[in-house]
Design a protein around this ligand. Structure first.
Ligand SMILES: *Cc1c(COP(=O)(O)O)cnc(C)c1O
Length: 215
């Protein structure tokens, strides 16, 4: 049962960790069951699927977008999301800035890092991060609020932990360096069904859980 699964997960995680329910591929009914169980944060990974659910559920949930985002689809998300987790280039930031300005809203985003350097994943490579951070002061309508990463695809918990610890270090470094409101490191989004315990130990304050809620 969805509500039992949520109860179990919530009992395992500290209060300061936000549980984001990944409702991608789930029916409207099951997605509603998550809201009824007291979880307001929902994540979708495809713009089309998000819009279908948004039509029905509107602004009742806090919507998170976690999938790879094409520039030509940005305009459909603006004004509807609480947080876009998957921002991975200056070009995408430029587009979010332009579309947000058009609609007169500020869009909060996370920078997705690809620390494990997996080809299959999007995300900023570590050597490109400084260039992205240097570009941030020019944006008025898009604000970076933290970092996101997907753990490496491996059964090796030490490897997973290493990646999460590295991300936490980068998060803390940026937090320490940001003297004004250009960047506010509020959210460290890491941890999914198989690795959220490790992620929380490493310093995550936002986990994105799908299978463990809906199975
Ligand atoms: C699907 C997905 C999740 C949830 O994964 P589970 O293993 O089902 O918990 C989390 N984050 C991202 C970016 C995803 O695409």
């Amino acid at each position: 049962m969805i509500s039992d699964n949520i109860k179990r997960i919530k009992s395992e995680i500290p209060d300061f960790v936000t549980l984001v329910a990944v409702s991608k591929y789930q029916s409207i009914e099951d997605t509603k069951a998550v809201l009824d169980a007291g979880v307001d944060d929902l994540a979708e990974s495809k713009v089309q699927d998000f819009l279908k659910k948004y039509e029905v559920l509107g602004d009742r949930p806090r919507w998170h977008f976690i999938g790879h985002l094409q520039k030509n689809k940005v305009k459909y998300l603006i004004g509807k999301t609480f947080l876009i987790h998957s921002v991975d280039s200056i070009e995408l930031l430029d587009t979010i800035e332009r579309e947000s300005k058009k609609q007169g809203v500020v869009t909060d985003v996370l920078l997705q890092l690809n620390l494990a350097r997996e080809d299959s994943k999007s995300g900023i490579l570590i050597e490109d991060l400084d260039a992205v951070l240097e570009a941030l002061p020019k944006y008025q309508f898009v604000k970076v609020k933290g970092l996101m990463a997907i753990g490496p695809l491996t059964q090796n918990n030490d490897k997973i932990r290493d990646i999460f610890v590295e991300l936490k270090k980068i998060y803390d470094r940026i937090k320490g360096n940001s003297v004004d409101a250009v960047v506010q490191m509020n959210y460290l989004s890491m941890g999914m069904t198989d690795d959220y315990t490790i992620a929380i130990e490493a310093g995550s304050n936002m986990i994105r859980v799908g299978r463990k809620i809906f199975s």
